[in-house]
Ligand binder design. Structure first.
Ligand SMILES: NC(=O)c1ccc[n+]([C@@H]2O[C@H](COP(=O)([O-])OP(=O)(O)OC[C@H]3O[C@@H](n4cnc5c(N)ncnc54)[C@H](O)[C@@H]3O)[C@@H](O)[C@H]2O)c1
Length: 390
C-alpha cells in the first residue's frame, strides 16, 4: 500500500497521476508502506504537462525537509482535527502547535502517536496563546462556529468576528511575521477584520494575510472533471472574487485543459460551485458544514505556502488577499497568487482579462456584495478600540 501526502501531493489529482504513471508535476511525496517500518518522505521527480504552474507544479524539488512551525487555532474542531492530521504528515513541518478552548489535550495525545517527524504540542486557554504562537511560520485559523441549514456565512459574523479578533490580536503580539491563513467564515469579512487589527497593532503586511478559498478551487476541479469526463489530474479551474454565494466566481473560460462548455453547463457548474458549501450543510442536516474537504483544501494551501517560504519558485494558488491589483475598487479579492518567501509575490491580475460575457456580468454583479462584506469587517474592527474603552 502506498500513502502519499504532503507538498503538492496532497492533491488527489497527483495521486492518480502517480498511480497511473502518467506525466505529472514535480513533487515531494510521502511514501508510507503498510509494513510500517520504512515510511519516509521522498522527492519524486515527475514531469509536468500542465501549462499553468500552480501549487502542485514546481520547477525543482523542495530541498528542505522539515523545519517549519505551523500553529492551528481551533484545532479540536471539525476542520481542525483532520487538518492537524494532514499537517502532521507534512515533510516540511517540524513543529505542530494545536490550540483550542476545548478538547485539545486529547487531540494532541492522539496525533502525537503518529510516527511522523512533526512534534505536536497542545495549548489551551488564552494564557497559552503566547506559547502556542511563538516562532510560528504559518498560523491557521479555523476557530469559529459553522453554518447550520438555512444560514448564510454572513449569519456567522456576530460570533466569529469576535473569535477572529481575539486570535488575530494574539498573532500580532506573538507571531507578527507569520503567514496568517483565515478559514473562519464569513471569510469575505473576517480577512478585512484581521487586516484592520494588524494595522492597529502596527504589524500589517498584506503579503502575509490570506483568506483560504482553496476549497472553491478543489470543488470546481472536481465538478468540472466529472461533468466533462476529464482526468482530475488535468483539471485546473481558477476561482476568483470572494467566498460566499455569488461572490464565488469560477472562471470556466480559463479552465485547463481548454474545454468548451455550453451556456447551460456554465450556468449549472457555476451555480453548483457557488452552492457547494450549502450542499454539504444540508446533507449534514445540522451537523455542521464542510470539514473533511475543507481540511484537505486547507492542507493543500498550507503546503503551498510552506513551499513558497522554502524558496520553491513556482507555487501558485487562488486565495482571498488584500490587493487591488485585480479589481481596483475592491481592497480584498480572491485571485490566483504566486507564493514566495515573504508570502504573496504576485497577484495574477491578468486572469481577469478576456472574460466571457457571463463571467464579466457575474464579476460586476458580485462587486457590491463583496464590497459590503469588506466594509462590514472594516467597520467592525475600527469600532473595537472605542468599544473596549467604553
Ligand atoms: N473557508 C472555507 O472554505 C470554510 C469551509 C468550511 C468551513 N469554514 C468555517 O470554518 C469554521 C470552523 O468550522 P468547523 O466545522 O471546524 O467548526 P467546529 O465548531 O467543528 O470547530 C470550531 C472549533 O473552534 C473552536 N473555538 C471556538 N472559539 C475559539 C477560540 N476563541 N479560540 C480557539 N478555538 C476556538 C471550538 O472549540 C471548535 O473546536 C467555521 O466558521 C466555518 O464556517 C470555512
Amino acid at each position: 500500500m502506498q500513502l502519499r501526502l504532503g507538498a503538492s501531493s496532497l492533491a488527489a489529482d497527483h495521486v492518480s497521476g502517480l498511480s497511473s504513471r502518467r506525466a505529472a508535476p514535480l513533487m515531494c511525496c510521502f511514501l508510507g508502506h503498510a509494513s510500517g517500518s520504512s515510511s519516509q518522505w521522498q522527492a519524486v521527480k515527475l514531469r509536468s504537462r500542465r501549462p499553468w504552474p500552480r501549487a502542485g507544479a514546481g520547477s525543482r524539488i523542495v530541498a528542505r525537509a522539515g523545519g517549519y512551525k505551523v500553529a492551528i487555532l481551533g484545532a479540536a474542531g471539525g476542520i481542525g482535527q483532520p487538518l492537524s492530521l494532514l499537517i502532521k504528515m507534512s515533510p516540511l513541518v517540524s513543529a505542530l502547535h494545536l490550540y483550542d478552548i476545548v478538547d485539545v489535550e486529547g487531540v494532541t495525545a492522539d496525533l502525537g502517536h503518529c510516527n511522523t517527524p512533526a512534534k505536536v504540542v497542545g495549548f489551551t486557554g488564552q494564557e497559552d496563546l503566547a506559547g502556542c504562537l511563538a516562532g510560528a511560520d504559518v498560523v491557521v485559523i479555523p476557530a469559529g462556529v459553522p453554518r447550520k441549514p438555512g444560514m448564510t456565512r454572513d449569519d456567522l459574523f456576530s460570533i466569529n468576528a469576535g473569535i477572529v479578533k481575539e486570535l488575530v490580536e494574539a498573532v500580532a503580539d506573538h507571531a507578527p511575521g507569520s503567514l496568517i491563513h483565515i478559514i473562519s467564515n464569513p471569510v469575505n469579512s473576517t480577512v478585512p477584520i484581521a487586516a484592520e487589527l494588524l494595522k492597529q497593532k502596527g504589524v500589517y503586511d498584506p503579503r502575509k494575510l490570506f483568506g483560504v478559498t482553496t476549497l472553491d478551487v478543489v470543488r470546481a476541479n472536481t465538478f468540472v472533471a466529472e461533468k466533462k469526463n476529464l482526468p482530475l489530474a488535468d483539471v485546473d479551474v481558477p476561482v476568483v472574487g470572494g467566498h460566499a454565494g455569488a461572490t464565488i466566481l469560477p472562471l470556466l473560460s480559463k479552465a485547463r485543459p481548454k474545454t468548451s462548455f455550453t451556456d447551460e453547463e456554465v450556468e449549472e457548474l457555476t451555480a453548483r460551485i457557488q452552492n457547494a458549501g450549502t450542499e454539504v450543510v444540508e446533507a449534514k442536516a445540522g451537523g455542521g458544514s464542510a470539514t473533511l474537504s475543507m481540511a484537505y483544501a486547507a492542507a493543500r494551501f498550507i503546503e503551498a505556502s510552506l513551499r513558497g517560504l522554502d524558496g520553491d519558485g513556482d507555487v501558485y494558488e487562488c486565495s482571498y488577499v488584500p490587493s487591488q491589483a485585480a479589481v481596483p475598487e475592491l481592497p480584498f479579492f480572491a485571485s490566483r497568487v504566486k507564493l514566495g518567501r515573504d508570502g504573496v509575490e504576485e497577484v495574477v491580475a491578468a486572469e481577469l482579462r478576456g472574460l466571457t460575457h457571463f463571467e464579466a456580468r457575474a464579476l460586476e454583479a458580485l462587486k457590491p456584495q463583496l464590497k459590503a462584506s469588506i466594509d462590514k469587517g472594516v467597520a467592525y474592527a475600527q469600532q473595537q478600540p472605542a468599544v473596549a474603552m467604553a
